[in-house]
Design a protein around this ligand. Sequence first.
Ligand code: FES
Length: 144
Amino acid sequence: MRQLVLKRGKYFFSFIFLVLFFPSCDKVNESPIPDVYVSLTVNLVIANELNVPGNSVLFPGYGFGGVIISCEAPGSWYAFDASCTYEASRSCIVENDGVLADCPCCGSQFVLLGGAYPTNSPATMPLKQYNVSLLNNSTLRIYN
Ligand code: FES
């Protein structure tokens, strides 16, 4: 009987622990870049450099600090907000060059593929990512 009470107590405290700490995980991973409505279509015939793997193009005026689209492979693209996650301000916009983007403010570098994680400090958070879908063979849609 005593063992049963102890076991229940253990589960109860484990449950309390999970309830208390799990929400904080989301907060930890939240991007410092403010949410701004994004809906952008790109004609790949006009922006045909985006059909070449390894290329990237900045589209200013979208998102918080502009939107960078990078081509990983034929038919595969990523889209990120160009605002550096260290300052998270519109005055620190990363400069894309191929699949790399350097922050002019204090030198962080990001890889514009996968999660756009920084390759060096001081930034620790990845660039804010946006959704990409291919509407037809020649139009990309970037949205959140
Ligand atoms: S603001 Fe980007 S590294 Fe400092």
